[in-house]
Ligand binder design. Structure first.
Ligand SMILES: [Zn+2]
Ligand SMILES: [Zn+2]
Length: 257
């Protein structure tokens, strides 16, 4: 006969693996989100309060890189006013779409997704981009490539997983082997903006250029930090003949806001 304790241990372990009892952000016991597919996935990790607190980047933004302006004054005089960064060093992309702040539960969600192999979070994270991407004319989508050595150690490319979800949603072709990394780079974490740019210079290359020639490409990353990676990717794609490059990441780190 199964005793409560013999059953309890195995079932308890199983349930706590599938549904951890505490929210990864605030540590309180998890209460159910509204019952959608998302809710089931998110409730493995986050309580309703923490997930509902995630914040979009609102207000007036640079029309190129989407960095929010501290005040809307410049835009009220000139609606096309671009930020200082984009004026000094114009990116090769047409527009960056980075709808959410890298804060609160989204920091944890990215960590779980990227470093703890919780690939089930790809869908809710990619879905954060859907509203921002709706209406764009895109011919093909790709994720920022990883170097094969990094790919082997991580076993998956988080940017490609996001790109794949978007490709499925919008019925865009997904290209996974057109752009690749020519060398390994230092981790960008902790590097200054200048060092990040230098670290990324010339890191991508394109094979079979005819596949992107004249196309509108969407390049996807998991987090937009200084934009160094996506800028370098867009530059490479434009050089290889892409007509336009849009870049996107569900979350963005904000500096000086
Ligand atoms: Zn919570
Ligand atoms: Zn800008």
């Amino acid at each position: 006969m199964l005793t409560r304790s013999s059953l309890g241990v195995s079932l308890g372990n199983l349930l706590s693996w599938v549904y951890p009892e505490k929210c990864r952000e605030c540590d309180v016991p998890i209460h159910a989100l509204k019952s959608s597919d998302h809710a089931v996935v998110l409730n493995r990790f986050f309580c309703r309060d923490c997930w509902e607190k995630i914040e979009g980047i609102g207000g007036r933004c640079c029309p190129v890189c989407s960095h929010p302006f501290q005040s809307g004054a410049a835009l009220s005089h000139s609606p096309d006013h671009v930020c200082g960064d984009c004026r000094r060093d114009p990116p090769c992309f047409t527009l960056a779409l980075t709808p959410y702040r890298y804060e609160g539960a989204l920091i944890k969600a990215i960590q779980l997704f990227k470093y703890e192999e919780q690939v089930v979070l790809a869908k809710p994270l990619a879905d954060l981009l859907i509203g921002a991407l709706r209406g764009l004319k895109i011919d093909l989508v790709m994720g920022v490539p990883l170097h094969p050595t990094r790919l082997r150690s991580r076993s998956f490319n988080q940017s490609v997983l996001l790109a794949k979800k978007l490709a499925l949603h919008f019925s865009w072709p997904l290209y996974v082997d057109v752009m690749y990394r020519t060398r390994e780079t230092l981790s960008q974490v902790g590097l200054s903006k200048k060092a990040r740019q230098k670290n990324m210079r010339g890191v991508f290359s394109v094979q079979r250029q005819e596949r992107i020639s004249g196309q509108c490409v969407l390049l996807v990353d998991d987090v937009y930090t200084t934009g160094a990676t996506l800028k370098e990717g867009a530059k490479t794609l434009k050089k290889a003949g892409a007509k336009e490059v849009f870049v996107a990441a569900p979350v963005r780190m904000l500096f000086g806001i």
